[in-house]
Design a protein around this ligand. Structure first.
Ligand SMILES: Cc1ncc(C[n+]2csc(CCOP(=O)(O)OP(=O)(O)O)c2C)c(N)n1
Ligand SMILES: [Mg+2]
Length: 342
């Protein structure tokens, strides 16, 4: 059986390179004081997640954790609108009110990033129930970190997915750390695929330094999920930098970091493309250069874009018809000179 794939290894290389350039520029945005949030989590080193996003089809949906920029770019996000969102600007994906950790976009199937560890996982179960009942042919994928492997909600969700034969995939990006805690200090048994198997899921672990290995595993899991056999995929990666932009990882040795960063999925993909004559060094350099220019432009756009008007503070935040919270609404009305609101 030929499994569907969205693009070829060269396109996956390009997407990974775009993700890395985006993360480098968004790091600059933060250091320039132009980011709207006080935290920023970079996914540098985890770009092989493209192996999973590329195994999804248009119309498929997903949720991410707080380190989800790479996933969203992999699903086709416009980097300028993403960067604008992170800068809290009006033309960002959520009109500047979601930011890095709560970005969402129904059009591209992004059901929401979530700052609560494990928080986005049950949402794909809901999506999966809908797709199963309507026989829509879609799948939904939750992307989360190894920290969520110790959250109860994951196991409730896995159980329901298996019990009800839902078209979903639980995708753990295991970057070896939850903040400053290495995974062997938070999990008694690190055989995470065995946990998924115990619930009745198809499970696989793939080397996060090898995007094609991730893609091969993801394609089979996605095909099975579309048939009502849910899956678990673990991408075994390394977080190249600190937990958040200001964390210098004092809990890791320099030797460990050198070894971890040597597991670079972009360097590996580049070497393989050159070996197989799929691209010349000049082709790859051009891709790298184009990605850098694209993300420079996204950064400039985000910095120059307009913030939302203060009067729109409560729009798009609460469900329609929900009154704005007091006393914030009264304070805003006073600032805007409208007097106290009812
Ligand atoms: C329920 C909950 N507990 C604790 C936190 C604080 N917290 C934020 S990120 C994080 C670590 C998450 O690690 P992991 O899931 O492996 O994701 P990573 O940051 O490595 O991508 C923690 C504990 C939180 N946001 N939510
Ligand atoms: Mg982690």
């Amino acid at each position: 059986m030929t499994l569907p794939t969205n693009s070829a290894p060269l396109a996956r290389y390009r997407t990974m390179r775009r993700i890395r350039s985006f993360e480098e520029r968004v790091g600059e945005l933060f250091l320039k004081g132009e980011s709207a949030g006080s935290m920023l989590h970079l996914s540098i080193g985890e770009e092989a997640v493209v192996g999973m996003t590329d195994a999804m089809q248009p119309g498929d949906t997903f949720t991410t954790h707080h380190r989800g920029h790479g996933v969203f770019l992999g699903r086709g996000a416009d980097p300028a609108r993403m960067m604008a969102e992170i800068a809290g600007k009006e033309d960002g994906y959520c009109r500047g009110k979601g930011g890095s950790m709560h970005i969402a976009d129904r059009a591209l199937g992004h059901l929401g990033a979530n700052a609560i560890v494990g928080g986005g996982i049950p949402h794909i179960v809901g999506a999966g129930i809908s797709y199963r009942n309507t026989r829509s042919g879609q799948i939904s994928v939750a992307f989360f970190g190894d920290g969520a492997m110790s959250q109860g909600i994951l196991y409730e969700s896995m159980n329901m997915a298996a019990l009800w034969h839902l078209p979903v995939i639980f995708c753990c990006i295991n970057n070896q750390y939850g903040m400053g805690t290495r995974v062997d200090r938070s999990a008694g048994n690190r055989d995470f695929p065995a946990r998924a198997t115990a619930f009745g899921l198809n499970a696989a672990r793939a080397d996060g330094a090898d995007v094609e290995a991730v893609h091969d595993a993801a394609r089979s899991l996605a095909a099975a999920a579309r048939d009502g056999r849910p899956g678990y995929l673990e991408i075994d990666a390394y977080r190249f930098f600190g937990h958040a932009r200001m964390d210098k990882s004092p809990y890791r040795t320099p030797e460990e970091e050198v070894e971890g960063r040597a597991r670079d999925p972009i360097a590996r993909a580049r070497a393989r493309l050159a070996e197989t004559d799929a691209a010349t060094a000049a082709d790859l350099d051009r891709i790298d250069g184009d990605a850098a220019v694209e993300m420079d432009l996204a950064l400039a756009h985000a910095i120059g874009a307009k913030p939302p008007a203060l009067s729109t503070m409560f729009e798009d935040v609460y469900a329609p018809g929900t009154p704005a919270p007091r006393p914030q609404a009264e304070r805003l009305a006073a600032i805007l000179g409208e007097g106290a609101r009812a």
